[in-house]
Design a protein around this ligand. Structure first.
Ligand code: CP3
Length: 342
């Protein structure tokens, strides 16, 4: 096994950590903006296999990252389940809402998702042909809780209030929705693996708003179910879980879910994560993405700090969250040079 990301995921401590970035194909890159303009809009780009593969490859060509992440979005699954989805420029996603049993029963059966999502599988097949042999291809989906927050509210919210409200007011419906998303996610990620994804990542961007038992039931348990089902169907497939802003709940997440790697956001220090989480297995993270905007000496010293803190165990270098559109592409190169010592 020669791909560095797969070696780290198998538990190997490498002299230099492999590197990729969340949202590495994105609006900070002029070539991304050009291809997105050619596609017309964001969703057309997601469903155009040639162009989606092109934007996935752009950061690999520019920087030589160790992994490429499929270009798509976590909200394509709700769309495939029958939700209306559109993006308002400068604001973000909008969806038809699910707040009643009637809304829920209008959703399509899980087996229908491939009718909508087959272009995504085609993007993966193109990428496996075109990626350099040393680059690992990562597929992904949203975690059920995070996807549900958007399906219930119909948009991003500062505190996931509408989803928490449905959980309190109609727990049976809330759990039915989570169950359906869980089932859809297993099928969606399975298809991605069959098409050529070598690793899958489950993004639980809003896991941090689940507390106590809710974290166990709605963050940990779905991650465990999805991970186990994928490993049953595709023995050996590595899984990265990202329960963002989990704080103390990062502790034990590997063991509780069976994930090979836990991705860490930058609200906890790398020293803390090395001591409390990396002892259980590979970790990914966790440089603050703001350094990609501000650069300079702080970028260099904080990059070295993250590398150093995680140097005694398996580690994949990444940001704590996605790179933002105002980032300077030269700062990304500075980060990579600092890690690789070139
Ligand atoms: O990381 C990558 O490069 C792979 C592609 C990817 C995108 N979204 C492309 C995208 C991935 C892995 C995602 C995940 C995603 N999408 C998450 C989980 C991770 C996270 O960021 O917390 C969430 C919550 C979404 C939903 C979503 N998609 C939102 C809230 C937004 C709007 C916010 C924004 O940044 O504009 C999107 C749009 C989106 N998804 C863009 C990209 C490149 C920007 C759209 C554009 O080009 O206009």
């Amino acid at each position: 096994m020669t791909k560095t990301i797969l070696r780290a995921l198998a538990g190997e401590t490498l002299p230099t950590p492999p590197i990729w970035m969340m949202r590495q194909a994105g609006r900070y890159l002029p070539e991304y903006k050009a291809t997105r303009a050619e596609a017309g809009d964001f969703l057309s780009l997601c469903y155009n296999p040639e162009l989606a593969a092109e934007v996935t490859l752009q950061p690999i060509r520019r920087y030589g990252f160790d992994a490429a992440i499929l270009f798509a979005d976590i909200l394509l699954l709700p769309q495939a389940l029958g939700a209306d989805l559109w993006f308002v420029t400068g604001e973000g996603p909008r969806l038809s809402t699910i707040t009643t049993e009637e809304d829920f029963t209008k959703l399509k059966p899980v087996h229908a998702i491939d009718d909508t999502l087959s272009p995504v599988y085609e993007t993966i097949r193109i990428l496996r042909r075109e990626l350099p042999p040393e680059t690992t291809l990562i597929g992904f989906a949203g975690a059920p809780w995070t996807v549900a927050t958007y399906m219930i509210a119909g948009q991003g919210t500062p505190d996931q209030g509408p989803a928490h409200a449905l959980k309190t007011e109609n727990r049976a419906l809330f759990e039915q929705l989570l169950g359906k998303i869980t089932e859809g996610t297993i099928d969606y990620l399975s298809r991605q693996i069959e098409a050529g994804a070598e690793v899958v990542k489950i993004f639980d961007s809003w896991a941090g708003s689940l507390k106590g038992d809710d974290f166990e039931r709605y963050a940990k348990e779905p991650a465990r179910i999805i991970t186990q089902a994928l490993k049953d169907r595709h023995p050996g497939i590595p899984v990265i879980a990202f329960p963002r802003q989990a704080g103390d709940n990062y502790i034990g997440f590997h063991a509780a879910t069976g994930a090979d790697c836990v991705a860490i956001d930058d609200s906890v220090s790398p020293e803390w994560a090395a001591e409390h989480v990396q002892t259980d297995g590979c970790v990914q993270g966790n440089l603050a993405s703001s350094h990609m905007v501000t650069g300079g000496d702080a970028l260099v010293s904080e990059t070295k700090r993250v590398v150093e803190a995680f140097s005694n165990g398996p580690h994949i270098f990444n940001l704590g969250h996605g790179i933002t559109p105002d980032a300077d592409p030269e700062n990304v190169q500075l980060m990579i040079d600092t890690i690789r010592g070139t």
